[in-house]
Design a protein around this ligand. Sequence first.
Ligand code: ATP
Ligand code: MG
Length: 244
Amino acid sequence: MNESSQKKSSEVDPMRARYEELAELAGSLAHEIKNPLSVIHMNIDLLSEDLAEIDSRLSRRLVNRIDIVRGQCERMESLLRDFLRYTRLRDIDLVSGSLNDQIDMVLRAYQAQAEQEGVDIEKYLDADLPSILLHSDSLQAALMNLVKNAIEAMSAGGQLVVRTYSTRTSVALDLIDTGRGVDDVTVLHMFEPFYSTKDGGTGLGLPTARRIIESHGGRISVQSEVGRGTKFVLEFPIPKRLHG
Ligand SMILES: Nc1ncnc2c1ncn2[C@@H]1O[C@H](COP(=O)(O)OP(=O)(O)OP(=O)(O)O)[C@@H](O)[C@H]1O
Ligand SMILES: [Mg+2]
């Protein structure tokens, strides 16, 4: 029995096959909802432009209502985008690249928001970091989810320490925040799709990040303490050289 728990990836697992089938179906459904939704969104924009030309109390009230509908449309679009990213992560092409560059680009994108929230970002990037095999867009999306979560956890300001280093077999990235932290129950559930403790959160950020990291042959782990902060560690394999 124990042997079967160590399945080779080539073995067909009926649960896995069923899961893949459902994920495929859910992905198609999400995709089919996206098109009519974008037509609704576009027409709402046009309607609101037309109404804005009429100067009356009624038209202003209608424009306000339309804004609410538009907001909900945008929320659904963002949910579908995250969901599709989550389901479509198979067979990505990996090329040699620098983890330092990837995290650097993400931190630059979040610098303004961090400053605005009173979050100080400390970077310690190992200049001699070995290259890893990566897919830039996907990996940046994963890192963005993690950095965004960290900033959101520090609504009263704080510090985000970002460190890269290598071990004998892996290239690692630590993301350590001084945010609100989570309890042990949340740690157990936070990587599950749709688990969120935030108003308006989709709960797809962490599961997407994990899938992306795993599709790079890597892994992600978390330690957290309520009121003190959270540490995520990402590890990626160092590719074996083909020659020598
Ligand atoms: N750095 C962090 N500090 C504290 N809690 C965190 C952190 N990162 C994740 N969490 C917890 O894990 C939950 C799931 O995170 P995830 O990114 O999957 O979804 P979300 O952030 O709630 O929603 P979305 O990513 O769609 O905005 C969060 O709601 C939060 O409770
Ligand atoms: Mg998130």
